[in-house]
Design a protein. Structure first.
Length: 354
């Protein structure tokens, strides 16, 4: 992975200063709240303070040096000069204006490039998952699935949305998750019409649909899944909406393969929902990449210009949301292959009535 970045920098006769926690973690396998990764076409050096230096030295194997830094101004510039850096690329999407101005003062005499090119290159590298990265994501997904199986025995009338969300969180962490992928969503009844609704004190009652969106993190890699279940009974419209969403997801899956345009995958699901007269109620994109961050490239949406490649992992999550009534979303993760896809989510998708 870091070799790909080195090749890019060598071609452009430049160095790169990586400062974001996510990208440092991606390239080194080490996470800290203080660190700098200086990379050239030939060398990679990680710098951190006394809080992390021992752990970094014991963990990082892809860098030529792991150095303790006491003063950014006193040590980073001489190191860059020693490595022959005359042009230094920065992560434009992850840097504040104030930090950029600070670095301009610090690296006097070195050309700073903050035009988005480095961000795009790193995103392209991160889009294709290695076998080891896929294994971590699958392990995280299996933990989430274990939590889902448990929550089906936990949900009863009278439980609150917040209780359901907390039980999912606790079960994932107890089952081996290093962290949660994001703040768990568990919304019921009329609140399920909000795709990113916040769990509250609303109590579950008969006839509710409950949408749960959650995921686990293992070794810094995320999983993401959504299931909608019913309590007690379902109306004919609830059943129709659920069936439409399920068919839309399958339509999207059938378009996934290496070389497919992301917008075409989105369109397959979106058109099916529109044909069922619910087109106005599916407002978000069909899916997104998942990896060391919960939202990565490629994106499955109507405006995407990306083409799927082997090793991409994307969510497929169509939804229909009827304001003030209810909503349905079903989400799996797909690993793109040369001939199609592998569904990484092993959970039943038929409507479950508790």
């Amino acid at each position: 992975m870091i070799s790909q970045l080195k090749s890019y920098l060598k071609e452009n006769n430049a160095g790169a200063l990586i400062m974001s926690e996510e990208n440092i973690c991606y390239f080194t396998g080490f996470h800290s709240t203080n660190g700098y990764l200086l990379v050239t076409g030939d060398k990679a050096v990680f710098l951190t303070d006394s809080r992390y230096i021992e752990a970094a030295g014991n963990t990082i194997t892809v860098c030529d040096d792991v150095l303790q830094i006491r003063s950014l101004s006193g040590e980073l510039l001489p190191l860059a000069e020693k490595l022959g850096v005359r042009k230094l690329c920065l992560e434009s999407e992850r840097i504040t204006v104030a930090r950029f101005q600070e670095l301009k003062r610090l690296f006097c005499g070195i050309e700073l490039v903050c035009d988005g090119a480095l961000d795009r290159e790193i995103s392209e590298i991160r889009k294709v998952k290695t076998e080891a990265q896929v294994e971590k994501i699958v392990k995280a997904q299996r933990i989430a699935e274990k939590a889902f199986a448990h929550i089906l025995t936990f949900i009863t009338e009278g439980k609150t949305e917040k209780e359901i969300a907390l039980e999912l969180d606790y079960t994932m962490l107890r089952s081996g998750a290093d962290a949660l992928s994001f703040e768990t969503i568990a919304v019921a009844g009329e609140k399920s019409s909000m795709p990113h609704g916040v769990p509250g004190e609303r109590k579950i009652k008969k006839g509710d649909l409950i949408t749960m969106d959650f995921g686990a993190v293992v070794a810094f890699y995320h999983s993401d899944m959504t299931r909608t279940v019913a309590v007690g009974e379902v109306s004919s419209e609830q059943a129709r909406v659920y069936d439409t969403v399920l068919k839309a997801q399958q339509a999207g899956f059938e378009k996934i393969r290496a070389g497919a345009a992301c917008r075409d995958v989105d369109a397959a699901a979106r058109n099916l929902i529109a044909e069922a007269d619910y087109g106005d109620y599916f407002g978000h994109g069909l899916g997104h990449g998942v990896g060391i961050e919960i939202h990565e490239l490629p994106s499955l949406n109507p405006s995407s210009e990306s083409i799927l490649a082997p090793g991409n992992i994307v969510t497929v999550e169509p939804g229909i949301y009827l304001p003030g009534q209810f909503g349905v979303r079903i989400e799996d993760m797909a690993l793109v292959t040369e001939s199609g896809y592998e569904n990484l989510t092993n959970c039943l998708k038929e409507l479950i009535v508790l």
